[in-house]
Design a protein around this ligand. Structure first.
Ligand SMILES: Cc1ncc(C[n+]2csc(CCOP(=O)(O)OP(=O)(O)O)c2C)c(N)n1
Ligand SMILES: [Mg+2]
Length: 569
């Protein structure tokens, strides 16, 4: 097609639509209005106004994690943009491809401390894969195209594009056909590397595959299953790989971590003599003390980003390559190298033998029991999103997953307030699947305003609040590591309108004030009926579960994989 005349903002909006963008999440302001106007006038992209830009970024992030596509958020200049920063940081930590558009003051006002001017590209740079300040209007489409390529190729990540308001309004001539994405060509493991892995596997008594977040990012869960079944080797998942392998598969051994673990997952790692890390990064919260984790085991580390290899853990063999093609090649080479099929391994009985207890009958309800009821009720492919806290840790210890990209979690950042936005975006992308935000009361306090977004756009998410009226995780740390010296972790308060000893905020009343139905649950037998009503309503729904404030979560108290008392419940 020939060049056409349009505003720079129009070129951006049209190009986003061509690239398949369906939604923009954000809050407009004067400096980003040309962008919003073009979205409205020229595209079928649906704009969701949120009640805090941070939620917009969390929605873009959650959309991307759930779909594998690029989530897009937008904000105005100054505080609008700075409100996106936590969201960008969380996406960067977990290598999530997303685009953030910010308005900027008019070019002549930049660097004059003018109204709502913030140096957003400089502020966002350390937490983005790339940042752009659009100064030449005729490059608008080119810059967006480049940003898209950067976000989606190699190790993925968020990209911010700052758009001065005057630049958005300049008429340019552009041919949008020039900006078509090309397939990403990734480095592949060499034949020699594959043979080295085969030799290490042959020499090992107890090899294990450790699955990280890169397996989801590479859409390689089928290849992982194929590889594990070919080798008949146990699979342990790291935090970001939690939903990369069906948790009822005979080869599933569990989860590894200092907090976010299952007993059998850690045991399998600690007894292994060869750990093949597939697309993970040996996060410190996963491995804890390197000496305890590594012992005498040999390590193979496959990661697209060679900066990750050998960063914390000494590695016998580091392979900077695409994990998907690596697994395909390794499975093929393993089949060729052997004379007979390996014996079939079934870890189901062992896994169940080591499982943590969940069927508590205490009142107030133990969080473990609440999560058991939730898992039993939900469909296998339901989305569950998380914030940060002891509720999140319990979920990571107990809540089984079966379907890739269904377990949404802010892994590297651990951001309170993240899960509601993520759950809403997943539900928008997959309206037929259930979508639940499992959230603590403290964390919901950081996203609460966006229940109004769920109500306004009629997004039938379920908000499952585990209310212990505490910053529970921090309280447990005060109890354990600071001799019970408690400060600023109690969320209860009293006055003539509010006297909820075990609840702090009355979330049911609060939700109803925003047009979201709510129910209070104090007995575990009432959880499933409440969930049933939530699903049948077809509306956003909040279930406030009052949980025991003194329930203790077993996680590492010395920072190592062995420093865990699994009986502590
Ligand atoms: C934005 C943010 N601020 C502070 C923290 C530190 N932090 C981690 S967990 C936690 C308590 C969370 O409380 P709640 O959501 O009620 O969960 P609980 O631990 O009680 O289950 C805090 C304050 C954080 N992770 N994120
Ligand atoms: Mg709490």
């Amino acid at each position: 097609m020939a060049k056409q005349k349009m505003l720079a903002a129009e070129a951006i909006a049209l190009l986003l639509e061509r690239k398949g963008v369906e939604h923009v999440y954000g809050v407009p302001g004067a400096a980003i209005l040309p962008f919003y106007d073009a979205i409205r006038e020229l595209t079928g992209i649906k704009s969701y106004v949120v009640r805090h830009e941070q939620t917009g970024a969390f929605m873009a992030d959650g959309y991307s994690r759930a779909t594998g596509k690029v989530g897009v958020c937008a904000a105005t200049s100054g505080p609008g943009g700075t409100n996106l920063l936590t969201g960008l940081y969380g996406a960067y930590m977990d290598s999530v491809p997303m685009l953030a558009f910010t308005g900027q003051v008019a070019t002549p006002l930049i660097n004059t401390m003018s109204f709502q001017e913030a140096p957003i590209t400089e502020m966002a740079k350390p937490v983005c894969k790339a940042v752009y300040l659009l100064t030449e209007p005729e490059r608008a489409a080119e810059v967006v195209h480049e940003a898209w390529e950067v976000a989606t190729t190699g190790r993925k990540g968020p990209v911010l594009i700052d758009l001065p308001v005057d630049v958005q309004k300049v008429e340019i001539e552009v041919d949008l056909d020039e900006f078509v994405s090309q397939p990403d060509i990734l480095p592949e493991a060499t034949d020699e590397e594959i043979q080295q892995v085969i030799r290490l596997l042959n020499a090992a008594q107890k090899p294990v595959l450790l699955s990280g977040g890169g397996i989801n990012l590479a859409n390689a869960t089928e290849e992982l299953k194929e590889l594990a079944e070919t080798l008949q080797v146990p699979v342990v998942t790291a935090l970001m790989g939690i939903d990369t392998f069906p948790n009822d598969h005979p080869l599933f051994a569990g989860r590894m971590g200092t907090m976010l673990n299952t007993p059998y997952g850690n045991k399998t790692i600690l007894e292994s003599d060869l750990i093949i890390n597939l697309g993970g990064r040996f996060g410190d919260r996963s491995i804890g003390s390197v000496e305890v984790f590594k012992r005498n085991a040999k390590i193979v580390h496959v990661n697209l980003d060679k900066k990750e290899i050998g960063k914390y853990v000494e590695t016998e063999l580091g392979i900077a390559a695409d994990v998907k093609s690596f697994m395909v090649k390794l499975a093929k080479a393993a089949k060729e190298a052997r004379d007979e099929e390996p014996a079939k391994l079934d870890l189901t009985v062992e896994r169940q033998k080591h499982a943590r207890k969940t069927d508590f009958e205490d009142i107030p309800i133990k969080p473990q029991r609440a999560l058991q009821e939730l898992r039993e009720f939900l469909d296998r492919d339901a989305f569950v999103s998380h914030d940060c806290g002891i509720s999140q840790i319990w979920s990571c210890q107990l809540f089984e997953t079966y379907v890739p990209r269904s377990y949404l979690i802010t892994g590297g950042a651990g951001t309170m307030g993240w899960g509601l936005g993520a759950a809403m975006a997943a539900k928008l992308a997959f309206p037929k699947r259930q979508s639940v935000n499992v959230v603590g009361d403290g964390s919901l306090g950081m996203s609460l305003q966006d229940l109004a977004t769920a109500a306004k756009f009629d997004i039938p998410v379920i908000v499952f609040v585990l209310n212990n009226a505490l910053l529970g995780l921090i309280r447990q740390q005060q109890n354990w590591f600071y001799d019970e010296r408690r400060i600023s972790t109690d969320l209860v308060y009293r006055n003539e309108l509010c006297d909820n000893e075990l609840r702090g905020i009355d979330f049911v009343k609060t939700a109803e004030g925003m047009g979201v139905r709510g129910e209070l649950v104090t007995h575990y037998n009432d959880i499933k009926p409440a969930l049933q009503r939530a699903v049948e309503s077809g509306k956003p729904y909040l279930i406030e579960v009052v949980v025991a404030p003194d329930a203790i979560c077993g996680f590492s108290n010395d920072g190592s994989l062995t420093g865990i008392d699994y009986k502590q419940n």
